[in-house]
Design a binder for this molecule. Structure first.
Ligand code: NAG
Ligand code: NAG
Length: 224
């Protein structure tokens, strides 16, 4: 029987939704591993819509589920209908949508709230001892929901290669352990069945991000 993996998206586009390449890499590597992917997203408005040419917010309104459906090729369900017993693992790709729509991390940092349906899904998989994979900025969800857990978002010292290294500090402030890892590496928190990798938190060529997500997906599958 093929393993079934639920993937939660947060919109379509790095600055206001899911990072498209991370989502696509996840989908490709899951397919190669023989898994069946089912996408989910919350049926809510995006915090805002960013013009990806200008890098500036526009006046438009867009819906997270509708936008995520573009990446999912229509293979998507409302997150409130996710039944943990139907899936073997959960993966949440990165992108600012995680910090703007799945949580308010972009605005409030470690004092953020997490979207209710995301919290229910996350805690459901964790309670069922099913693996959870988080990449890029998504590990902040684990840091917020699972105090004491171990994650990586890459490196905790800011430099040209690691422009978002401050995130690691905020994760530590939440009482979690941050482990420095390269873009082609993952950290596995065995106790919590949590697999994390930096992906685009690292300023590195896209093929390295793609390959890192390959390792990440393989390690999530191993924990099933
Ligand atoms: C979830 O799925 C299980 C197994 O298929 C089923 O027994 C249960 O009733 C479902 N829960 C909900 C809320 O639909
Ligand atoms: C958790 C969270 O902050 N989600 C927000 C995503 O964006 C919408 C639209 O602004 C808000 O309603 C949600 O609260």
């Amino acid at each position: 029987m093929s393993k079934k993996v639920a993937v939660i998206l947060s919109g379509c586009g790095v600055y206001d939704g899911s990072e498209i390449h991370e989502s696509s890499a996840t989908y490709v590597h899951l397919s190669r591993a023989g898994a069946v992917t089912q996408f989910f997203a919350p049926d809510i408005d995006q915090m805002h819509v960013v013009d990806h040419v200008k890098g500036q917010p526009t006046e438009e309104k867009r819906n997270v589920l509708t936008e995520s459906a573009r990446i999912a090729r229509g293979n998507i369900k409302d997150l409130k209908d996710l039944n943990v017993s139907d899936y073997d693992a959960l993966i949440i790709p990165g992108g600012f949508g995680v910090a703007k729509n799945l949580s308010s991390w972009a605005v409030k940092g470690k004092d953020c709230s997490v979207e209710k349906a995301v919290e229910v899904a996350f805690k459901g998989f964790h309670a069922a001892k099913k693996p959870i994979g988080l990449c890029c900025i998504s590990p902040v969800l684990a840091a917020k929901l699972l105090p004491g857990c171990e994650v990586t978002v890459g490196c905790d010292t800011e430099c040209e290669k690691w422009p978002y290294a401050g995130t690691a500090g905020a994760i530590k402030d939440l009482g979690c352990k941050h482990i420095n890892k390269e873009v082609h590496e993952v950290h596995v928190d065995k106790k919590n069945k949590l697999v994390t990798t930096s992906a685009f938190m690292c300023n590195s060529p896209i093929h390295e991000i793609y390959d890192g997500i390959g390792v990440f997906v393989t390690d999530v599958m191993k924990l099933i």
